[in-house]
Ligand binder design. Structure first.
Ligand SMILES: Nc1ncnc2c1ncn2[C@@H]1O[C@H](COP(=O)(O)OP(=O)(O)O)[C@@H](O)[C@H]1O
Ligand SMILES: N[C@@H](CC(=O)OP(=O)(O)O)C(=O)O
Length: 425
């Protein structure tokens, strides 16, 4: 019996009808039994669903956004299927269910749970279309609802995996299926012990692929991307870059920790623990080898650049002539934790704590309100956080030229700078 392999196709690889045709080409020679295909929502669908939720939250009309999203999916289907195909009825049912959910009450108190009940529809639409399209082209696959496999706690939007239950589900519900047919399922979504939908954090489909691979003791995972593999800088943000042919799990995990968005940060750990190699390959040039992430001693010390945009720098100052101690740090972190805000960079001086976060305006207000009596608070928005792993002196100097620097930090292997482009440069 062949060992299981897991493929993951992200939003870019299923973004339109041509992308779907390309996916079909990739799978034609590669599809086999004991294979799981994890798919994300098509293109920017998850962002569109977030926008619908924002409008709903603000009491505004979202009907045209809903119609545009539905039309987007239908128009792709019209390019792939005959008019009478059953995919149209299935999609119609899914959109009707979503519409019903959107009629429910939404408030700040139930926002996270509500979010999870809506946002996963993107993956349900895309996985249905992918499954139907493969079958239509004689590649017989089964559809599996990932919420029946991936069990989580009830930490909506950032749900933690219940590994024991998930492993059991994979063994009892998935294994027998894949022995007969390849299975298409959704990334990013799961459900809690009461079967309420949960999600694993934005861009979490890579993580789903790793979870399923670990639970099925797979022999490899391949994530198909619009880049040749893992590069030492994001090609959308830097003009020169270099492809890693291989990376050690640790190096890859470190890159993702600092924000290299090519792989979701939680993906590496379950694969490293189970010694399952992760291939990052291009869906544009599928024959190229891409990057292999595995256990290797060939450690690369090539400078690697990770840029995070839309960052917020907040400084909390003590006002009563005392100094920063554990108690104040604890106070700030307590509120960050309750708002599920992750700190991207931290610097502590005698009288202030500075943190760098991803911008989330609605949470910022809440954070400031909760801490305004304890500290004098200042913040700057619209900043960039650049991290260089294995920095070289020339590289560090050049990334500050033409920028206003707000914060800087250096360790033996890492250099970080919070910066904003000078207006006149
Ligand atoms: N170090 C890096 N190497 C390669 N791509 C990177 C890197 N850092 C960021 N990226 C970005 O990651 C993108 C691919 O990831 P992502 O958009 O999440 O894929 P998908 O959603 O299709 O799974 C690339 O288009 C690239 O802009
Ligand atoms: N669709 C979800 C999950 C995901 O992982 O997507 P992608 O594989 O396209 O990054 C999101 O956009 O967050």
């Amino acid at each position: 019996m062949s060992k299981t392999i897991v493929y993951k196709f992200g939003g870019a690889s299923v973004k339109d009808a041509d992308a779907m045709k390309n996916l079909l080409d990739i799978l034609r020679n590669r599809l086999r039994k004991n294979m799981v295909i994890v798919v994300s929502a098509m293109g920017k669908t998850t962002n569109s669903l977030e926008e619908i939720l924002r409008l709903k939250m603000e009491g505004e009309d979202f009907s045209s956004n809903y119609t545009i999203l539905k039309e987007f999916h239908l128009s792709i289907c019209h390019q792939l299927f005959p008019d009478s195909h059953r995919v149209f009825a299935v999609l119609d049912n899914l959109f009707t269910s979503m519409s019903k959910q959107l009629n429910a009450e939404l408030s700040e108190d139930n926002y996270d749970e509500y979010y999870d009940s809506i946002i996963g529809f993107g993956e349900l639409f895309s996985s249905t279309i992918v499954m139907e399209y493969l079958c239509e082209n004689d590649l017989l696959v089964l559809w599996q609802d990932a919420r029946e496999l991936i069990k989580t706690n009830s930490d909506f939007r950032f749900a933690k995996i219940d590994w024991a239950k998930t492993r059991k589900n994979c063994q009892t519900k998935l294994k027998a299926k894949i022995e007969n047919f390849p299975v298409v399922t959704q990334g990013f979504i799961g459900s809690d012990s009461q079967s309420r939908p949960t999600t694993l954090g934005r861009e979490g489909s890579d993580f789903t692929a790793a979870i399923l691979a670990s639970c099925l003791k797979a022999s490899s995972v391949t994530i198909w991307k619009d880049v040749p593999g893992v590069l030492n800088a994001d090609p959308k943000k830097f003009s020169s870059y270099f492809l890693f042919e291989e990376l050690d799990y640790k190096q890859a995990a470190e890159m993702t920790y600092y924000g290299a968005s090519v792989i979701h940060p939680k993906t590496i750990m379950p694969l490293a623990n189970a010694r399952i190699p992760l291939f990052v390959k291009s869906f544009i040039s599928p024959e190229d080898p891409g990057t292999k992430i595995h256990s290797t001693s060939s450690n690369s010390s090539i400078s690697t650049y990770v840029l995070k945009e839309k960052q917020l720098l907040i400084s909390f100052r003590v006002t009563d002539f005392t100094f920063i101690e554990e108690e104040q740090i604890h106070r700030v972190y307590e509120e960050l934790k309750s708002l599920k805000l992750r700190v991207n960079m931290l610097q502590i001086s005698a009288i202030s704590i500075s943190i760098v976060l991803d911008e989330q305006p609605f949470k910022l207000d809440r954070l400031l309100n909760r801490l305004k009596n304890d500290f004098e608070i200042r913040y700057n928005s619209n900043l960039e956080l650049l991290t260089i792993l294995h920095p070289e002196k020339s590289g560090m100097d050049s990334v500050m030229k033409d920028y206003e620097v707000f914060l800087e930090q250096q360790t033996r292997n890492t250099f970080q700078v919070v910066r904003r482009k000078n207006m006149l440069s």
